[in-house]
Design a protein around this ligand. Structure first.
Ligand SMILES: *[C@@H]1O[C@H](CO)[C@@H](O)[C@H](O)[C@H]1NC(C)=O
Ligand SMILES: *[C@@H]1O[C@H](CO)[C@@H](O)[C@H](O)[C@H]1NC(C)=O
Ligand SMILES: *[C@@H]1O[C@H](CO)[C@@H](O)[C@H](O)[C@H]1NC(C)=O
Ligand SMILES: *[C@@H]1O[C@H](CO)[C@@H](O)[C@H](O)[C@H]1NC(C)=O
Ligand SMILES: *[C@@H]1O[C@H](CO)[C@@H](O)[C@H](O)[C@H]1NC(C)=O
Ligand SMILES: *[C@@H]1O[C@H](CO)[C@@H](O)[C@H](O)[C@H]1NC(C)=O
Ligand SMILES: [Zn+2]
Length: 474
């Protein structure tokens, strides 16, 4: 085990040397002062693509109420991804995108935020080193001008509606387009919004985990995914993950990809830089406690993102993954009520629109309620039927987003540290399933071992330096 630690350290040192563009000290690269708005490449080459070319009024308005974030544009031809050539969902990564960022694994916080996701992260929760160290790092690598983009104003405290208080076009505010960044800059990666290969379906479930009683909940969904031999991406909400860490682990153990979907599920552009960092880091920490890994993908709630949020989350090591909106690949399971008629319409639409052979796409579904998870399960059953028809009536292959993008699911190690003990329902304190935040997470002995090796190596380093100095100067 110690050998691995040394190897990791050696790699880290090598990578640090090989990734000069993660140049924390070089603020001049970014223009330094808050008044400088010119991006490092002069602005001209910062690409952004609107996923829709028509019916998008209001782009020039800098202060407007956002439209419903899941406005369907299903009848529109796919403009971004002509069938003849694979979609360029991700341009080249900025140099250093896979280099070392913050220390991994994250330090564990001294206390967890509450599970009531109407309550914003504030107070002592923001003063934890988990947040302050990460924020300091963000400030060292993200241009001040980007961090100074003003937060939007949330109108509905439990919903997506915001007033955007800056230039929505210049900052590529997703709800106003939707606007996606197809090209990297020095301080963020391109958004993931489609799978590059034709006929690949990045299948995703947001907002969970959810445990009811094994019916129309995350364990039920996992069973149906297993029946169809489908692996998916779960964008987990931290305040739900802490209630059911065993379900996060179950999903991971079944081969699914675990990703971050924030702690409180607020529109991220409405939060301060500090709160954005906290939303990501606490969710990362509870996921690390649940599976022993740090995700590489995150998804903004409601798709609510702009360049400030892109830059902060990229500095924290994350690729932003939205979903395909042209054509719309949101099943609409959380919009428009929960009637049987609507369920039938969703199932009909998915069969007609998602199943045929087509350019690669990323879908949006939810395991957040009895209703949405029931719809998700029925879609899996329909996939099973379509596959067993002669000939099969489905031309696309569902898979996790990381797989369809050919990018790693986790930052750093792709396997949990040795000694990782997963959370089990029987190991959880009673009451945990009902939202008890006193959950004491499993011990992760591998990380402790690694820490000891680091300290030893540092000590040896100091001794060597002292000896060299003595030899040179004496
Ligand atoms: C990193 O910083 C050094 C010193 O400020 C500078 O010479 C170098 O060009 C920087 N590298 C990058 C990639 O910005
Ligand atoms: C941005 O990315 C798109 C898609 O990959 C590409 O076609 C375009 O040339 C890029 N623009 C710039 C300025 O690099
Ligand atoms: C489980 O929950 C579902 C939905 O809430 C409910 O319909 C069902 O009766 C419950 N089953 C049991 C065994 O409690
Ligand atoms: C189903 O598709 C139709 C046609 O594209 C669309 O108008 C409708 O809103 C969709 N229904 C749902 C529930 O998304
Ligand atoms: C859960 O969904 C099922 C449909 O699968 C429905 O029959 C049942 O009434 C729902 N239960 C609750 C509590 O909403
Ligand atoms: C939470 O769990 C702790 C320890 O198991 C217990 O003492 C406490 O009463 C629980 N609180 C609630 C609200 O269930
Ligand atoms: Zn969500």
């Amino acid at each position: 085990m110690q050998r691995y630690c040394i190897l990791i350290l050696a790699l880290w040192v090598l990578l640090s040397a090989a990734q000069p563009s993660r140049n924390a000290t070089s603020s001049s690269t970014f223009g330094g002062s808050a008044t400088t708005t010119t991006p490092p490449n002069g602005g001209a080459s910062i690409g952004f693509a609107f996923q829709t070319t028509t019916t998008t009024p209001g782009f020039s308005a800098t202060t407007t109420t956002q439209p419903p974030p899941q406005t369907p544009q299903p009848t529109q031809a796919p403009v971004a991804f002509p069938a003849s050539s694979p979609p360029a969902a991700n341009g080249p990564l900025p140099a250093g995108a896979n280099g070392p960022r913050l220390k991994l694994p994250p330090p564990m916080p001294s206390a967890w935020p509450g599970v009531d996701n109407a309550v914003l992260l504030s107070g002592a929760v923001l003063a934890d080193p988990l947040v302050t160290d990460a924020l300091a790092y963000v400030k060292s690598v993200v241009p001040e001008s980007v961090l100074a983009i003003p937060p939007s104003t949330q109108i509905d405290p439990t919903g997506p509606a915001t007033i955007y208080n800056s230039d929505a076009v210049a900052n590529c505010y997703w709800p106003k387009g939707p606007c996606v960044r197809a090209n990297a800059t020095a301080y963020y990666s391109p958004d993931v919004y489609a799978c590059p290969q034709a006929n690949t379906w990045g299948i995703t479930y947001d907002d969970g985990p959810l445990y009811i009683n094994g019916t129309n909940d995350t364990p039920d969904l996992l069973n149906h995914l297993k029946q169809q031999n489908i692996k998916a991406t779960f964008f987990c909400v931290g305040s739900n993950s802490i209630k059911w860490p065993d379900q996060v682990y179950e999903a991971y153990k079944e081969g699914h990809e675990i990703a971050v979907h924030t702690w409180t599920h607020h529109p991220m552009t409405s939060l301060t830089n500090e709160q954005v960092v906290a939303e990501i880091k606490y969710t990362e920490a509870i996921i690390y406690k649940s599976i022993g890994l740090v995700p590489a993908l995150w998804r903004p709630p409601y798709g609510d993102i702009d360049d400030r949020i892109r830059a902060i989350t990229w500095a924290l090591g994350y690729r932003t993954a939205i979903w395909t909106t042209t054509p719309l690949r949101d099943t609409g399971d959380t919009a428009g009520g929960s009637s049987d008629a609507r369920e039938q319409e969703i199932l009909g639409n998915v069969t007609q629109q998602f199943f045929p052979a087509q350019p690669g796409f990323v879908s949006l579904q939810h395991d957040i309620s009895n209703y949405t998870t029931n719809v998700a399960i029925k879609i899996l059953d329909l996939i099973g039927q379509a596959r067993s028809s002669t000939p099969p009536t489905i031309g696309v292959t569902p898979m996790p987003v990381g797989q369809c993008m050919n990018i790693q699911s986790y930052q750093g190690s792709q396997t949990p540290p040795s000694g990782f003990v997963p959370p089990t329902p029987s190991g959880l304190p009673s009451g945990t399933r009902n939202g008890n935040t006193t959950f004491s997470a499993p011990k992760i002995s591998g990380a402790v071992g690694c820490g000891r090796v680091v300290v030893s190596i540092l000590l040896v380093g100091v001794v060597v330096v002292v000896l060299v100095v003595m030899v040179v100067f004496m």
